[in-house]
Every structure is written in C-alpha cells, then in structure tokens.
Design a protein around this ligand. Structure first.
Ligand code: SF4
Length: 343
C-alpha cells in the first residue's frame, strides 16, 4: 500500500492536523484538542490546550467562495457500488449540455475517487493561481475537483484519518475557484452566482466526509440531496440510514433514484430483475417515507464501458432505455432545484 506522498501532504494537509501530530489527533480545532488521550506526549499539547476555541475562521471564507455558486447538490448513497458516481457524472453532463450554464463536480470520496475516470480526466493535475486552485475542465462549462488530481499516480492509496479528510474537504470548498477566474471580476462585496450547479459526489455511508461537507456548507446552504440505491432490501436498509442522516442534519432530500433496476437486453429488449426488489424497491420506500421517487435506471453493460472510457452514456446511446430513464430523472431534478431556487 502506498501512503500519500510528501508533495500531496504538503499541498493538502488540513490546517487543524499538524504534520507532527500523532495518528489519533482529534484536530486542533476540536474541543478535545490538547486534552484527548492521543494528546498525551504530543509536542503541541501546550499550544493546543491554550489555543482559543471558537467559530471556525474558515467558514466566512467558504461562504464567500460559495457565494459564486447558485445551486449545491449532494449525491449520496448508503452503500458502495450502487452507481452513485456514474449518476453524478450523468447529471453533470446533462447540466452542462446547456452551454449557458456552468457546472462543477466536487469529488469528496477521498479514499476512492472515481469521478476523474468517469469524466475522462485521467492523469490530470490542478493548477494554483492567485484566485485559488483551478479545477480541471471537462468542457468549457464543466469543471471537476478531486483528490486524484493531487496524487502522483492514480494507484496511490490515500491513508488518512477523519480530521485530515475533513481538512481537505474544507480546502476544496474554500480554495477551489469554480468560476475559472471570474471570481476576481465579481468583487467581494456583491458576489453574483457564476457557477450554476455544484454537484458533490460523496463516498458511501454517513461518515467524516458527509459531516464535513454538510457542516461547512450549512451557512451557504445546500439545495438538496439525491439518494442513489439499488432495488434489493440490503441496499434499501442502508439508504434509510442516509435518509435519517439528511433529516438529522436538515439537508433537504430532492428524491431517490433506483439504479440497476432490472436488466434490459440490448438485443431483444427483454427485461429481467438481477437485484430483485423483494420489499418493493425504492418506489415503495419513497411511498413509506414520503419522499420523491425520481425513477429507475435499468442495468446496461454499456454504462460501465462508457464510465471506463470517460464518455457521457446518454450522449453515446441516447436511444437506450437507461438513457431515457436518466433523462427523465435529470429533468425532475432540474425542476425540483429550480423550485427550491425560487422558493
Ligand atoms: S496536542 Fe492533541 S490536538 Fe494538539 S496536535 Fe497534538 S494530538 Fe493534535
């Protein structure tokens, strides 16, 4: 296993975990800083104990940065392997198909970033300018930020505990210039939205990354979360936890997408249920919990192929049943987001 190389640590190490901190450092901004059992013997203990604790000084900076983003959407799943990143990429391409809109994709799956490959951005690196980190562009109006752009090669494993992951996410929110240089022109006093949609692709579950992004965006506002699941009960059980997380954290849920819902043979168009919806699938879950069921996307082996080569499945196979499903779901999300935007 390859640890994060020194170059990455130097660029992305969060402020609240000093480089000389022990492995279980609670973070210098934590109320436990200097007092936790991990702090015993740490060279920073005196400084951490006496450092002032209070509102996070980064939050106003994040608020200023996010003022240039009109709509922020989280893409969540309870379980891994349900097609969350694939859906995020399709949603991004769909938003970006309107050349008058600007879309950003922020990949906060720190330990397993897959968005760069799906968007066709392998072996890309970010640049730094006076305005911050410049994301990597898929097209003129579609940008992406991921930890993969900070790694020396795509196979390098990121072995980070919670506070370091939190710090990186904070840096993404604080330092990435999603406006592609327009932020300077807008001015700090009267920032007007320059990015229409920011899609945040999260890792599965409800962990450090989710808490970090929700906490950092609380003041800026999250327009909603799209939850991805597969039809079988074992996946629905985990999505229930995700729903509970959103409700606890007061993140509005735009709706639930059922992915891999049946297999449609590309030759004969016959359908079979590979992940059998033994308890009624996502539709029944939405009815039970009063959520919007956004739709079902059938399995299609060409989706995986499109992800591997970094192309938009909907653009490549517009007539497939899966593309029709994606298009229908994305249209609903656009409508829902417009409603929250004008509410
Ligand atoms: S004293 Fe505790 S909080 Fe401070 S750097 Fe050391 S381990 Fe982290």
């Amino acid at each position: 296993m390859v640890d994060v190389p020194p170059l990455v640590v130097a660029r992305a190490l969060p402020d609240q975990v000093p480089e000389n901190a022990p492995a279980h450092c609670p973070g210098t901004e934590s109320d436990l800083a200097g007092k936790a059992s991990a702090c015993a013997g740490c060279a920073n203990q005196d400084a951490c104990q006496s450092a002032p604790k209070g509102p996070d000084p980064d939050l106003p900076l994040i608020r200023t940065r996010m003022a240039s983003v009109r709509c922020k959407i989280l893409v969540l799943s309870g379980k891994g392997g349900v097609g969350k990143s694939t859906f995020t990429a399709q949603l991004a391409w769909a938003f970006a198909s309107d050349m008058h809109t600007q879309t950003g994709v922020m990949d906060i799956d720190v330990c397993g970033p897959s968005i760069p490959t799906i968007l066709g951005l392998k072996d890309q690196y970010i640049h730094q300018s006076a305005a911050g980190w410049t994301p990597v562009y898929v097209a003129d109006n579609l940008a992406c930020m991921s930890i993969e752009f900070l790694l020396p090669h795509a196979n390098a494993a990121v072995v980070w505990r919670g506070p370091k992951k939190n710090g990186l996410i904070k840096q993404f929110l604080k330092d990435v210039d999603w406006t592609g240089g327009m932020a300077d022109e807008l001015g700090a006093d009267a920032p007007k939205p320059a990015v229409d949609y920011l899609l945040v692709d999260t890792p599965p579950g409800t962990s450090d990354e989710h808490l970090a992004v929700v906490g950092c965006l609380r003041e800026s506002g999250i327009d909603g979360a799209v939850l991805i699941t597969t039809p079988q009960e074992v996946s629905l059980q985990d999505v229930r936890k995700e729903i509970s997380f959103c409700r606890k954290m007061q993140v509005p849920i735009l709706g639930v997408v059922e992915n891999m819902a049946g297999f449609v043979c590309p030759s004969c168009h016959a359908r079979s249920d590979i992940f059998y919806p033994s308890t009624g699938g996502a539709r029944a879950l939405c009815e039970e919990l009063g959520l919007v069921f956004l739709g079902s996307v059938p399995l299609d082996p060409r989706i995986a192929r499109s992800c591997d080569v970094g192309e938009s499945f909907v653009d490549a196979y517009p007539d497939s049943p899966a593309s029709e499903a994606y298009t229908h779901i994305i249209a609903q999300i656009k409508r829902l987001v417009r409603k929250t935007d004008t509410a």
